[in-house]
Design a protein around this ligand. Structure first.
Ligand code: ADP
Ligand code: MG
Length: 771
């Protein structure tokens, strides 16, 4: 076989005969062994025809004209190179074409009685196993299949051996993504020796559907494709690459003219099928030979479809055209030779079929990874870097990276030490996540602020009402430690604490984060509060009477007369009060919106289940239709109608589902908005009710300091001579300063006029009902 053959190789084999065309028709084989000339002279039998005779002449140039050639020589000239190519990974096809009885089966299978007269197939099998034994550097796997196409039906000639996976749906010609063809349902038999392979060949021969025929009683009435599948793996290399090829040995059914063979009934039907499929083969070959044609009609018949990847392409293809040498068959012989000439024009580009074995590939890659890890660990040792692993990060490692990233963002960690690429990637992922979260929060807050500014410029009645609360009853519950980050901020330390207030303090510390309550941090504060503030549902479930609610101040109606405290109540407690009082309206809206959201979610769940059920029905119906098609029963009309109805229903419900989903998104936004509003109102109310505005506190402090100074000056005057007393006086004035400060603070923080004057306190308008 040529290394880069450009055409299909075509040989002609002339069947030996006693009456080798002499007289009027002459078959002439030129000494070059490649040219066949045919001379024909027809005498007119019609008396009125003045032309006594018509003569014609044809010359065919082929790869070889084989006359009186032995089976062995034929194999050597025609087939050996294709077989050796298949062992190297090239697909190969040897095909016999010609008139019935011209010697196709003799060429392919040969005589089963005489070893000398055995044909191409047994010789090819012998050659394959001899080569397998010789080529010890590779390990070969050989499989056989034997397909017959009879009246457009695919028959497995080896099915009696028991296919390992017989297809219940019959055999179908299938195409692989790379352009290859295989027969689904055809049995493939592994063989390990020439004898095993011959057993299968002869068994397949027995299963042939043979029809009696006027010209040749043993002539096959079907096309037979005997395929040797060869897979070769290199024993030495660890590479996942391997080569796989198939060698198709094709014995086509003979084309005969119906009138000439006298076929009738079943025979006539067979002849028609054969003629039809051979004519489709001819069309496919014409299209293949014409380089301007993009489309080759392979799917017109089972034969052309099954031979799609065996007629050209990357395949080594050889055609043997079998003809009679007798004058009586000259018309058929001419037709065969014309077919052969067309076949000669087909271009081929033989190529090795290389594949990757996924299992070996994985094994090899694992080995590579292991080797690289070892190499890296050597580098790390040299660079004195220890404890570095290259496996996936564990949960604990991921948590540590998260912690580091948060610390870095907050400023408590100056830099993150890079230890591995995985760690860097995980850190970047954390950064991304944090940036996205913050972006969303900022967006939500911005839209909330915009809404509030646009929709409700009214003053907050609730806040004014809170401002009217009597001063003396505040700060009775305990205190909150001032935030270390903002010592001069709003919280004050209560210097004398009762046991009860100490307990409360410890609870408050765990429950409430003493964070600054500036507008800037509203969102993050609100979010942190969301963690401990219960959802309406949870609130309802866990609502228990507060033991401290028995206290007189708390028994007053909330929102009207606030409790008296030495220090502000914990935010959690205050929030409860707020929700029941001034924030009740906002809380109510939040609850309502949550209710709608829950209801919509329930609906979404129901719809999803319903849609999935319909989808299941669609799949079942489609599968039933497919089954019917494959079994050739045709589509049941009722199934098609049902499928259409199901699909309509599915589309309708899906549309509703989409609407509900967008409603849910909208509701979720409303709920989030309401929650943020409620919390920001609360923060505002809390500041107004329990904390002193910054500017007022500054004024108070200044005044107090002046008084302290005055008092100190007067004391200094009185006790001028007694220099032992200043320490006592210092403590005294310090204590007095604190009391004054507290009084001033109380007086200032709960004077409505002062509160309204305070520019540091921004007020949020009342939440509008959400429609
Ligand atoms: P086909 O398969 O083309 O219909 P066969 O191969 O069955 O025809 O041949 C018909 C008969 O002719 C067989 O008995 C076969 O032995 C004989 N025959 C065909 N070609 C040769 C040949 N080259 N040498 C000897 N016998 C042949
Ligand atoms: Mg035959």
């Amino acid at each position: 076989m040529k290394a880069h053959s450009s055409e299909v190789e075509v040989f002609v084999r002339i069947r030996p005969t006693a009456d080798f065309s002499r007289g009027r028709q002459v078959v002439e084989c030129l000494p070059d062994g490649q040219t066949l000339n045919i001379h024909s002279r027809k005498d007119s039998r019609r008396p009125w025809d003045t032309r006594k005779s018509q003569s014609s002449y044809w010359s065919f140039q082929l790869e070889g004209v084989l006359q009186n050639i032995s089976q062995e020589d034929l194999y050597g000239r025609v087939c050996r190179r294709v077989v050796l190519g298949a062992l190297d990974g090239y697909n190969g096809t040897v095909m016999c074409f010609g008139q019935t009885g011209a010697g196709k089966t003799y060429t392919m299978t040969g005589s089963t009685e005489s070893y000398e007269q055995r044909g191409v197939i047994p010789r090819a099998l012998q050659e394959v196993f001899r080569e397998v034994e010789k080529r010890t550097e590779n390990s070969f796997s050989v499989y056989l299949s034997y397909l017959e196409i009879y009246n457009e039906t695919l028959v497995d000639l080896l099915s009696s051996r028991g296919s390992p996976c017989p297809s219940p749906r019959g055999m179908v010609v299938m195409e692989e993504p790379g352009g290859g063809v295989f027969i689904r349902g055809l049995s493939y038999h592994p063989v390990h020796s020439e004898e095993e392979a011959l057993n299968l060949l002869f068994e397949g021969e027995l299963n042939h559907i043979i029809g009696s025929h006027a010209l040749n009683r043993n002539s096959s009435r079907s096309h037979c494709i005997f395929t040797v599948h060869i897979e070769s793996h290199s024993r030495s290399s660890l590479s996942a690459k391997y080569v796989a090829s198939k060698l198709n040995l094709v014995d086509l059914a003979g084309s005969e003219r119906v009138g000439k063979t006298g076929s009738e009934g079943q025979m006539l039907k067979e002849a028609m099928y054969i003629n039809k499929s051979l004519s489709f083969l001819e069309q496919a070959i014409l299209a293949l030979a014409d380089r301007r044609r993009d489309h080759v009609p392979f799917r017109q018949s089972k034969l052309t479809h099954a031979l799609k990847d065996s007629l050209g392409g990357n395949c080594n293809t050889v055609l043997v055209a079998n003809i009679y040498g007798e004058a009586a068959q000259m018309e058929e012989s001419l037709s065969t030779l014309r077919f052969a000439s067309r076949m000669k024009c087909i271009q081929t580009n033989p190529a090795v079929n290389e594949h990757n074995d996924p299992a070996t590939q994985i094994k090899k890659l694992k080995k590579d990874v292991q080797r690289l890890k070892e190499e890296l660990s050597i580098y790390n040792t040299v660079a004195k870097r220890s404890g570095i692993t290259y496996d996936s990060l564990s949960e604990a490692q991921l948590a540590e990276i998260h912690h580091q990233v948060q610390g870095y963002l907050e400023g408590s960690l100056d830099e993150i030490t890079i230890v591995s690429i995985r760690q860097v990637q995980a850190a970047f992922a954390q950064f991304k996540c944090t940036v996205q979260k913050r972006g969303q929060a900022a967006k939500a807050q911005l839209s909330q602020t915009d809404n509030l500014v646009e929709k409700n410029p009214r003053p907050n009645k609730t806040a004014i009402k809170v401002g009217l609360h009597p001063l003396g009853e505040l700060h009775s519950r305990g205190s909150i430690e001032p935030s270390p980050q903002s010592p001069k901020h709003t919280h004050r330390r209560s210097s004398i604490k009762s046991n009860k207030s100490k307990d409360k303090l410890s609870q408050s510390k765990t429950a409430v984060e003493p964070s600054p309550v500036s507008r800037k941090h509203l969102e993050s504060v609100s979010k942190s509060k969301l963690n401990f503030l219960q959802t309406p549902e949870q609130e309802e479930e866990s609502h228990e009477p507060d033991t401290e609610s028995q206290d007189a101040p708390e028994s007053q109606p909330p929102g009207e007369e606030p409790l008296h405290h030495d220090s502000p109540p914990s935010k959690a407690e205050a929030f409860e009060d707020f929700k029941a009082g001034p924030g009740s309206k906002s809380n109510c809206i939040l609850k309502e919106n949550k209710g709608v959201l829950l209801e919509r979610r329930g609906l979404l769940r129901q719809l999803s289940e319903e849609i999935n059920a319909v989808k299941g029905e669609i799949d079942c119906t489609a599968a039933a239709i497919r089954r019917q098609e494959e079994m050739g029963e045709g589509q049941g009309q009722y199934l098609v109608t049902e499928l259409r109805e199901l699909k309509d229903h599915y589309r309708q419900r899906y549309k509703v589902l989409r609407d509900v989903k967008s409603e849910i998104n909208y509701c979720q936004q409303l709920v989030d908005q309401c929650r943020v509003r409620l919390l920001s109102e609360f923060e505002n109310w809390y500041k107004k009710s329990f904390l002193v505005p910054e500017d007022e506190l500054d004024i108070t402090m200044e005044k107090t300091l002046e008084q302290q100074k005055d008092s100190q000056q007067s004391s200094e005057k009185v006790l001028e001579e007694d220099k032992l007393l200043p320490d006592n006086s210092k403590s005294f004035y310090n204590a007095r300063y604190r009391i004054l400060k507290k009084r001033n603070t109380r007086a200032l923080s709960f004077t409505p006029g002062v509160q309204r004057k305070s520019s540091g306190q921004r007020r949020l308008p009342q939440i509008l009902p959400v429609s």
